[in-house]
Design a protein around this ligand. Sequence first.
Ligand SMILES: [Cu+2]
Length: 107
Amino acid sequence: MLFIAMCATVTVYAQSKNTQTETFKVWGNCGMCKKTIEKSLKTKGVSKAEWNMETKMMTVVFNPKKVSLAQIHKNIASVGYDTELERASDDVYNKLHGCCKYERKKQ
Ligand SMILES: [Cu+2]
């Protein structure tokens, strides 16, 4: 319990032991960002990926045996969006649509 309390990421285990739900922050701006971010998680092991435009919070339901949380963060960063754990490369960020150039998190 102490570890969970110290961790910035909220971890909730769903009823099924093969499913894990994670909520974490992903930097972004608009509906187009939402589409790009969620599309990056259309991958094996992820059953639900939803990004809230207002709160910038990402909710992912996945099977940890098929895909790791680290990989999920990498997928999001690979399409240009910073997460709590991964920073997108400047190259990919610079190619984002003008309206999607969100204010980046501090390094
Ligand atoms: Cu956008």
